[in-house]
Design a protein around this ligand. Structure first.
Ligand SMILES: C[S@@+](CC[C@H](N)C(=O)[O-])C[C@H]1O[C@@H](n2cnc3c(N)ncnc32)[C@H](O)[C@@H]1O
Length: 221
């Protein structure tokens, strides 16, 4: 069995068997391999825009004898999405790139779920999902080697009053407390350095800090 990070295991945990998955930006195809090794009836396309990681992806797939189970494609995002694919996974990229990739496809009507793990710009990703007609079903913050990562599962639907800043992270798990405490420190440090003329950016950070403090002080349990 292939060894993958806790972050990728968390992504995998949100994908049910019998799905037809495209792993966009598969890099060395670790997630794709793990999925076909752990789920009996899953179909997986491992795709990447870059031929170099795909070369290693092919070698890894061969090493585990999975050439017949994983289709490898060199392509940009999901522009040429196969119509039978029902699950899009995009992990380990910036939120702006994830949002761009998702928005480039005209219509996602056959898609039953989108699993994303953005490195940053979480509010933008949540907003993009909402604009594309997907509501957040599950969000998890996990600590992998002491670094926090967000993993989101979105399904077709409209959230009534979406909160792009917190998403559905209203639980006070150790991981969410850790994540928001870190964000508060980062924002505070940026504010110390940011010249006064960056008024809008300063206001945004102050507002975020206010929300985070309220979150950390409120008893949610
Ligand atoms: C940091 S790796 C993440 C790999 C893996 N998904 C993970 O979470 O560990 C990002 C990968 O996305 C690929 N990528 C970047 N832009 C892409 C695009 N528009 N379409 C497909 N792949 C892309 C890169 O070539 C790279 O292999």
């Amino acid at each position: 069995m292939i060894n993958i990070s806790l972050r990728l295991q968390t992504v995998a945990s949100l994908i049910p068997d019998n799905s037809y998955v495209i792993d966009v930006g598969c890099d060395h195809a670790l997630l794709s391999i793990y999925l076909v090794q752990t789920l009996k009836h899953i179909k997986v396309i491992a795709s990447d825009i870059n031929p170099n990681p795909l070369k290693i992806a092919r070698e890894n797939i061969k090493k585990y004898n999975l050439e017949k189970k994983i289709e490898v494609r060199e392509e940009d995002g999901i522009k040429n999405l196969n119509k039978d694919v029902d699950t899009i996974v995009i992990a380990g990229m910036g939120g702006i790139l994830i949002s761009k990739i998702l928005s480039e496809k005209n219509g996602l009507k056959n898609i039953k779920r989108i699993v994303v793990s953005p490195n940053n710009d979480y509010p933008l990703v949540r907003k993009t999902l909402n604009n594309l007609g997907f509501m957040i079903h599950t969000e998890k913050i996990i600590l992998d080697k002491r670094k926090p990562y967000l993993v989101i599962l979105a399904i077709p639907g409209k959230a009534s009053n979406p909160d792009y800043f917190f998403g559905t992270l209203n639980n006070k798990s150790l991981e969410t407390i850790y994540y928001y405490t870190n964000l508060l420190h980062t924002n505070t440090n940026i504010l110390k350095e940011l010249p006064k003329k960056y008024l809008i950016k300063r206001l945004k950070l102050k507002l975020e800090n206010k929300k985070i403090k309220k979150f950390l002080l409120t008893n949610h349990d």
